[in-house]
Structures are given as structure tokens and as C-alpha cells.
Design a protein around this ligand. Structure first.
Ligand code: HEM
Length: 438
């Protein structure tokens, strides 16, 4: 059968099953089901499935199991600088931001699309954290690593990729581009495995250099523990998780940010003033500056609120029959947290559809925290990379604006900052900009 024909037949079967199941549940269920196709009621936020996992792990639901708990705790503590040697995460981001600024300077005020420079910079930060060092932007291995990561992210976002996530066993038998997921993942695995071997050969237990060293040391420490989740397989998975989840997210947020600032030069001007007053031009921005920069902080929060990068979060499953308002959500139902219902709540953010840093400022111009700021979701499954992403966005954006004024090749009035419609990751419309040295 033609790949497209097979896919269509498969889709028709899936939809029919869902409709039949929906009708059956409505007739036989004990409580009222929430609105929406029965398999995917779009509310709430419970815990279980994660589309961001490697395709290999698509085949197993980690749930809130012991493996997830241990590996998540390890990733969190390592990303907070524990067990990763002398160079802090902040220093690694600052180092990369310098290389990015030099790359932007080399555009010599000509218009360019910022997608690739931003993706390379953010991906290199993860390389530095995981492998101990960054790559040159033209390093062939680095470019292959990024291409495979981006291709897989793209595939996971596609319809077939999503279906593969939900029906892996069936989809294994359906031809189509989603089959590339496993091939790409295997190549990524081989790349990381090579690095792990190199790390093992030069490992100094008393002096970890990066995430891989920290993990290897943990493996040593847990050798006698038969239940330990710290093994080479999980090291590969955790590393690749960081790449898959951490590259496109922060770099796309930064791209949205640049477009929004091109649209509103008066807002950019105020950020420039704050940078000049608090940081000056002779040293690099650091995280300690943020508390003295309420306007910049508010602009960044508003960028994240406005773009709502992961509009449907990632799918979770209800672990027990759950009563929600007048509805019953049966155990096992897949649900998506619709983050816009909070990020766009007009009780907290007047005129939520407008970009307005005032949403995060009080009447004295001080930064105003909001519990409705949940672009990283909420609860115990909240994004592991939140701390890293917030550092990346603050340091990279302030470093760019410390060095350059942004200029749009088209009239700012004609710039459309509305994100492209997507339920997976919201991207800005393609654009070009010029950066003029300050
Ligand atoms: C602006 C940037 C980012 C945004 C908006 C974002 C958003 C999210 C969201 C909404 C989730 C789903 C949480 C849930 O299941 O309820 C998530 C999960 C996750 N994110 Fe991020 N993320 C960002 C950056 C990063 C970075 C830089 C990394 C890693 C280096 C990362 C790693 C992860 C991982 C591993 C998970 C799965 C956590 C788990 O299942 O326990 N993210 N992220």
C-alpha cells in the first residue's frame, strides 16, 4: 500500500474507534464526561506521559515511577551546578553569548534571519553543560547533532509523530516519515555514546567536568545498588532529553523576543536605558543584575506570557477517576493542560491579547510577580529546564541589547508578532533584522 494511503486508512480507523469509544462511554459511564473528543478532553494538568522523551522511550510510559523521580532529581541538581565542576551554568551561558554577539557583529548591519545563530548558541550551551565544552559554529559534528535534533523535534511536532507517540506499536507498522525518528535517535545515541566513552577514559572522580562526568560518578557510587537507575542507557536518554527539550524552546522564545522588540522600539529603548544604568558597557550581564532591572524582567516575562511557547503543555494521563467541576474524568484519560487559559486570563492580565510589559509591573515600576505566569507549566512535572531557560533568555537578550540596537528592514507598524498557530510549539512568523553596534 502507498504510505499515504496506509496512513489515511489508519487515521480513519483511529478516528472511528475514538468516536465509537466516545459514544460507548457516554452511554455506559457513571459520570458526565467533559466536552471534547473523548480520548483528549482539553483541560487540567495531571501527570504521566511525556512527548518530549526520546522515541525509544515512547514505547514505555515512565509515569511517576522511580526512574523518572531519580533521573529528574539528578538533572535538576546538576543543572543547578551541583557536581559539575568549576564552571557554573551561568559562566557557560555568558561564554556562549559572547560568541553569539561576535557572530551577529559579523553580519555588518545587513539583514539576516536569526533562527540559526540562536539555535546554535542555545544548543551549544547544552553541549557545554553535557560534554564540558562548546563546539565551533562550523564544526561538522556539531552541525550534524543539531540537524538530527531539529529533525526529530520537527517529526515529533508533525501529525504522524504525535500519532506515533500515542500508538507506537501500531505506528511501527505504518510507513511514513515518523520512521525517521528511530533512525535519527540511533545516530544521536551513537554520537553521545562516543562522548561517554571518551569521558570514561579521562574521568577523574574528584573533579567532574560536566553532566556526563557527574552521571558517571553517580554510577560508580551506586554500583552496589541493584535498583539504581544510573546506568549507561539512562545516561544516554537523559542527555538526549536535554537536547530535544532544551534547544528549540529557549531559542524560539528568544526569536519571538527579537521580533517583538523590533515592533516596539520604545520598549527596546527602555531596556537599553536600564542596561546602561545597571550594567554599563564594560562588563557582561550576570544573573545578579536581574533584580535591579525590573523593566527588563517584566519585558521577558511578558514575552513568555504573550507567546505561550508550548500552548498545550505535554500530554498527561489521569491516574484515578477525577471529579472536576461538574465532570468526571475517567482514570487513564489523556489530557492536555491548555496554558493559555491561565496565561491569557483577563482577570490577571487586562487586555491579555496585547503585548504589555505593564502586566508585570506595579504602579511604582517595580517588578510584579504573578502566579498566572506558567509558560513552564506547573506541578511536579513542571519543566526541568526552567532555571536554565530563564538564565539563557535573560543573559542572551541583555547581552544582545547591550551591544546592538535592533533595526527592522520593514516598517515596525507592518510587523506581525502573532505566533503561527500550533498546538505544539508556537513559532514567530519568519523575519529578518539588522543589528547596529551601539
Ligand atoms: C522557554 C523555554 C522552555 C519552555 C517554555 C518549556 C516548557 C515546558 C513545558 C510546558 C513542559 C511540560 C511540563 C509538564 O509536563 O506539565 C516542559 C517539560 C520539560 N522540559 Fe521544558 N521548557 C523550556 C526549556 C527547557 C530547557 C532549556 C530544558 C532542558 C535543558 C527543558 C527540559 C524539559 C524536560 C526534560 C521536560 C520534561 C520534564 C518531566 O517530564 O519531568 N525545557 N517544558
Amino acid at each position: 500500500m502507498e504510505p499515504l494511503g496506509a496512513t489515511t486508512v489508519f487515521l480513519v480507523i483511529c478516528v472511528s474507534c475514538l468516536l465509537f469509544f466516545s459514544a460507548w462511554r457516554k452511554m455506559s459511564g457513571s459520570g458526565k464526561l467533559p466536552p471534547g473528543p473523548v480520548a483528549f478532553p482539553i483541560i487540567g494538568n495531571t501527570l504521566q506521559l511525556n512527548t518530549r522523551n526520546l522515541p525509544q522511550s515512547i514505547h514505555e510510559v515512565r509515569g511517576n515511577g522511580e526512574r523518572w523521580k531519580q533521573l529528574r532529581r539528578f538533572a535538576l541538581t546538576t543543572l543547578r551546578n551541583f557536581g559539575m565542576g568549576k564552571k557554573s551554568v551561568e559562566e557557560r551561558i555568558q561564554e556562549e553569548a559572547h560568541f553569539l554577539v561576535e557572530r551577529l557583529r559579523n553580519t555588518h548591519e545587513r539583514p539576516f534571519d536569526p533562527t540559526i545563530p540562536l539555535t546554535h548558541a542555545v544548543s551549544n550551551i547544552i553541549c557545554s553543560i553535557v560534554f564540558g565544552d562548546r563546539f565551533d559554529y562550523d564544526d561538522q559534528k556539531f552541525l550534524t547533532l543539531i540537524k538530527l535534533t531539529e529533525d526529530n523535534n520537527e517529526l515529533l511536532r508533525s501529525l504522524l509523530g504525535q500519532l506515533y507517540n500515542f500508538f507506537p506499536t501500531l505506528m511501527d507498522h505504518i510507513p511514513g516519515p515518523h520512521q525517521e525518528l528511530l533512525k535519527n535517535s540511533e545516530e544521536l545515541r551513537i554520537f553521545v555514546l562516543e562522548r561517554v566513552k571518551m569521558h570514561k577514559e579521562s574521568l577523574d572522580l574528584s573533579c567532574p567536568r560536566d553532566f556526563i562526568d557527574a552521571f558517571l560518578i553517580k554510577m560508580e557510587q551506586e554500583q552496589q545498588n541493584g535498583q539504581s537507575e544510573f546506568n549507561t542507557e539512562n545516561l544516554l536518554r537523559s542527555t538526549l532529553d536535554l537536547f530535544l527539550a532544551g534547544t528549540g524552546t529557549s531559542s524560539t522564545t528568544l526569536r519571538h523576543g527579537l521580533l517583538i522588540l523590533l515592533k516596539y522600539p520604545d520598549i527596546e529603548e527602555k531596556v537599553h536605558e536600564e542596561i546602561d544604568r545597571v550594567i554599563g558597557r564594560s562588563r557582561s550581564p550576570c544573573m545578579a543584575d536581574r533584580s535591579q532591572m525590573p523593566y527588563t524582567d517584566a519585558v521577558i516575562h511578558e514575552i513568555q506570557r504573550f507567546v505561550n511557547l508550548v500552548p498545550m503543555g505535554v500530554p498527561h494521563a489521569v491516574t484515578r477517576d477525577t471529579h472536576f467541576r461538574q465532570y468526571v474524568i475517567p482514570k487513564g484519560t489523556t489530557i492536555f493542560p491548555a496554558l493559555q487559559s491561565v496565561l491569557g486570563d483577563s482577570r490577571e492580565f487586562p487586555k491579555p491579547e496585547q503585548f504589555n510589559p505593564g502586566h508585570f509591573l506595579d504602579e511604582n515600576g517595580a517588578f510584579k510577580k504573578s502566579d498566572f505566569f506558567i509558560p513552564f507549566s506547573a506541578g511536579k512535572r513542571i519543566c526541568v529546564g526552567e532555571g536554565l531557560a530563564r538564565m539563557e533568555i535573560f543573559l542572551i537578550l541583555t547581552m544582545i541589547l547591550q551591544n546592538f540596537t535592533l533595526k527592522s528592514p520593514i516598517d515596525p507598524k507592518d510587523i506581525d508578532i502573532t505566533p503561527l498557530p500550533s498546538v505544539v510549539v508556537s513559532s514567530p512568523k519568519p523575519f529578518q533584522l539588522c543589528v547596529l553596534p551601539r
